[in-house]
Design a protein. Structure first.
Length: 185
């Protein structure tokens, strides 16, 4: 029989593995998700509450293309079995700083299709495109939802590039948020 110290260490290891497997957000990262059921569909709003650090600013100003990928899932809660994914979408936002013109080139794509692209000379606008400008997006048009049923949105964030010389404040899909709602027709 093992000692109580070994048992508690093992329990802590199991709890931390479960916590990471369930996709708990990294310490200090908040991904706010707001569903808006309207006219038979769900409009999705979300924002990543992340400050622009000196490390991230340096990576952007180096001329690298910075990409934030948000995986959005519309799921139906189930009391008996696993929750069912009704629909999913991938929203990506990219920013590339042109060191010659001193302009930020940014774009947004939904499921690989470019939705918008533009340039700006303002760093705060470029950062907002990466983290905050996701408002009332119609991502799940045509998905049939059952009236008076419980659903939730889950959004997971991932940033790139990743290399050993530059480390993002979170790893993998650690920034995650969700919001529950009841669909009323």
């Amino acid at each position: 029989m093992g000692s109580p110290v070994m048992f508690s260490r093992g329990l802590l290891l199991v709890l931390s593995l479960l916590n990471s497997a369930l996709g708990a957000p990294a310490f200090g990262q908040t991904l706010q998700v707001i569903p808006l059921p309207r006219d038979g569909e769900v409009l999705v709003s979300f924002k990543l509450d992340e400050v622009l650090t000196d490390d991230i600013r340096a990576a952007i100003h180096s001329g690298l293309t910075i990409r934030f990928v948000y995986k959005v899932e519309l799921r139906r809660s189930s009391a008996v079995w696993l929750d069912r994914t009704m629909a999913s979408a991938v929203v990506s936002a990219t920013v590339r700083y042109d060191t010659l013109t001193r302009l930020y080139h940014y774009s947004r794509a939904v499921d690989g299709r470019i939705e918008s692209a533009d340039t700006t000379d303002r760093e705060d606008v470029a950062w907002s495109v990466l983290t905050r400008d996701f408002v009332r997006m119609s991502l799940f048009r045509g998905t049939t939802l059952e009236a008076n049923a419980d659903y939730y949105l889950r959004v997971r964030a991932n940033a790139s590039p990743r290399n050993s010389s530059f480390i993002w404040p979170w790893q993998g899909d650690d920034a995650m948020g969700f919001a529950k709602f009841t669909f009323i027709r």
